[in-house]
Ligand binder design. Structure first.
Ligand SMILES: Nc1ncnc2c1ncn2[C@@H]1O[C@H](COP(=O)(O)OP(=O)(O)O)[C@@H](O)[C@H]1O
Ligand SMILES: [Mg+2]
Length: 334
C-alpha cells in the first residue's frame, strides 16, 4: 500500500459546531487542525485519515476508501474512537485533554484542548542548531512531568507505546504534555495487523518486535530512557536491531559524562536495558530519581578527558545497583 498525500479540510469549514482555522500537522494516520468551538475556545481536532487506506482529493470532504481497504479502515476507525474514549477519561495536567469526539465525512474526529507550544523534538532540534543541548535541570523537570502523566496513563490501564520527543509537547512555560496515543490502540485490539502502528526505531522497546512478548509499563519505560537519551545527546538512539548487532549505548553515555550527573546517566542506562526485568519496574521510581538532587556538582563541560574518565569511574555506581535501589523505591507504586 503506497501512502498518499491527503488534502486537508478547507480553512473556515464548519463541522459539528467547530470552525476549522487551519491544518497544523499531518502524519501517516491523521491530520491535526486548529479550530474554534462555538464559544471561541481554541481546540485541536485530530481527523482519522490513514493515508495508506484513504484518499481525499482537494475540494472533497469525504475520503475515498478502495473496497479492499474498507474492512481495515473500519477496524482502525473503531480503534481511533476507542482510543479517544479511553483518553477522555484521563484528566491530568501532563496528558492532552480530550474534550469530545464525533463522526463526520465517513470518518472520526477527536477534539482536544489546544495547547500553545512546540514538541520536545523541535526543542532539541533548535538546541542542536545553536550547538547547545538541553541542560540537566531541563531534562529532570520535563521528564518529571512526563512521568507524572505516564503514571496516570498506566493507572488507567493504558500504555502509551509511542513515547518519543515528537509526542512530548512543551507548553510555553515548558511544562510537558503527552500527545498521540495512537499506538495505545494496540492494547485494546490485536485484530488489526494491517494497522499495527509503525513503532519508532530508536524509541521502541525490544518486546514490541518480539512475538508473544508481554507489554507493560516497562515497555514505556524503555521509551522514556530513549527519549531522555535523545534529549541529552541531541540524536536519535540506536534501534534495538542495531544495538543487538553492535551496542553503542555505553559509548554514547560516556560522551555525556561531565555534562550530566552520573545519577542521570545511570538512570537512562537502567531504563534502556534490553531485558525488561533489568529496567526500573515503575514510573514512580524514575520520577523519584529525577526529583532527587545529584550527589555531586557537575564537572565543568571543559573538563579534560582524563578528569571525565576519573569522574565516571568514581561516581557512576553501576546501573545494577541503581536498578535495585529504584526497585526498592518503586515497589508497589503506579
Ligand atoms: N492538543 C494539541 N494542541 C496543539 N497542537 C497539537 C495538539 N495535538 C497535536 N498537536 C500538533 O499536531 C502534531 C501531531 O500530533 P500527534 O497527536 O502526535 O499526531 P500524529 O499521529 O500525526 O503524530 C503535534 O506535534 C502538535 O504539533
Ligand atoms: Mg505524533
Amino acid at each position: 500500500m503506497a501512502a498518499q498525500n491527503n488534502a486537508p479540510l478547507p480553512d473556515g469549514l464548519d463541522i459539528a459546531g467547530y470552525r476549522i482555522v487551519k491544518k497544523i500537522a499531518s502524519g501517516g494516520f491523521s491530520i491535526v487542525y486548529l479550530a474554534y468551538d462555538s464559544e471561541g475556545n481554541a481546540v485541536a481536532i485530530k481527523e482519522y485519515l490513514p493515508s495508506a487506506l484513504a484518499l481525499r482529493q482537494p475540494g472533497e470532504l469525504v475520503p475515498v476508501v478502495a473496497k479492499p481497504h474498507l474492512a481495515v479502515f473500519r477496524i482502525g476507525l473503531k480503534c481511533f474512537f476507542e482510543e479517544g474514549r479511553a483518553l477522555a477519561r484521563i484528566v491530568h495536567p501532563n496528558v492532552v485533554r480530550v474534550l469530545n469526539f464525533f463522526r463526520a465525512h465517513d470518518t472520526v474526529y477527536m477534539v482536544m484542548a489546544y495547547e500553545s507550544g512546540h514538541s520536545l523534538q523541535e526543542h532539541i532540534a533548535r538546541a542542536a542548531a545553536k550547538g547547545s543541548r538541553p541542560g540537566e535541570q531541563f531534562v529532570r523537570q520535563v521528564f518529571t512531568g512526563v512521568c507524572a502523566g505516564l503514571r496516570e496513563v498506566h493507572a488507567n490501564k493504558l500504555l502509551h507505546l509511542d513515547l518519543k520527543p515528537a509526542n512530548i509537547y512543551l507548553r510555553l512555560d515548558a511544562s510537558p504534555l503527552l500527545l498521540d496515543f495512537g499506538a495505545a490502540r494496540q492494547t485494546l485490539h490485536s485484530d488489526a495487523p494491517m494497522l499495527a502502528p509503525m513503532y519508532t526505531p530508536g524509541f521502541a522497546a525490544p518486546e514490541l518486535s518480539t512475538r508473544g512478548a508481554s507489554l507493560g509499563p516497562w515497555t514505556d519505560i524503555y521509551s522514556l530512557g530513549a527519549a531522555m537519551l535523545a534529549c541529552m545527546s541531541c540524536s536519535t538512539p540506536q534501534s534495538v536491531e542495531a544495538r543487538r548487532a553492535g551496542d553503542k549505548l555505553l559509548e554514547q553515555l560516556d560522551k555525556l559524562v561531565g555534562r550530566y550527573s552520573p545519577e542521570l546517566i545511570d538512570l537512562v542506562q537502567a531504563c534502556l536495558a534490553l531485558d525488561p526485568l533489568a529496567r526500573p519496574q515503575s514510573v514512580f521510581a524514575i520520577q523519584k530519581a529525577l526529583q532527587a538532587a545529584p550527589a555531586k556538582p557537575l564537572a565543568a563541560p571543559s573538563a579534560s578527558v582524563a578528569a571525565k574518565a576519573a569522574l565516571q569511574g568514581e561516581a557512576r555506581g553501576g546501573w545494577r545497583g541503581l536498578v535495585d535501589r529504584l526497585g526498592a523505591i518503586g515497589r508497589g507504586q503506579g
